[in-house]
Write a new protein. Structure first.
Length: 131
């Protein structure tokens, strides 16, 4: 249910992008010793797909994954930011200009439209926390 919330808010934030591709499936990282909170499995596209703002999609994401413990916290911002970070890898790897541009665009959309996210934050808060 928590992953569905992340997917729903991403559908809104990435509406221009998701008219051309689908969100990748989200798996769970069960190893709590893992040093990262999320990861993306990226497959290079032979022909990048150009979306709005001239940001080419360079990778097909076979899947993304989030650490299980991350999905069981109350801080929706921490979870959503990690999820969006992993989704942004369709534009490039960590440290690339295209990845940075995509993250900046996502931040701008998110910060300029907090009312888009609030219903999902409330839905997240209504779910029971991990025990």
């Amino acid at each position: 249910e928590r992953i569905k919330i992340l997917e729903a808010v991403s559908q809104i934030l990435l509406i221009n992008v998701l008219q051309q591709i689908e969100l990748p499936p989200c798996k769970i990282i069960k190893d709590e010793g893992a040093s990262w909170r999320g990861m993306a499995t990226c497959i290079p596209l032979k022909n990048p797909i150009t979306v709005s703002a001239q940001m080419p999609i360079r990778y097909r994401l076979a899947h993304i994954a989030l650490k299980r413990s991350l999905l069981l916290i109350a801080d929706f911002g921490a979870v959503l930011s990690t999820y969006l970070h992993e989704i942004a890898h369709m534009f490039g790897p960590d440290g690339s200009a295209s990845f940075s541009k995509a993250l900046t665009a996502l931040l701008e959309i998110t910060l300029c439209n907090p009312w888009l996210i609030e219903p999902y934050r409330e839905q997240w808060r209504s779910l029971p926390l991990a025990t």
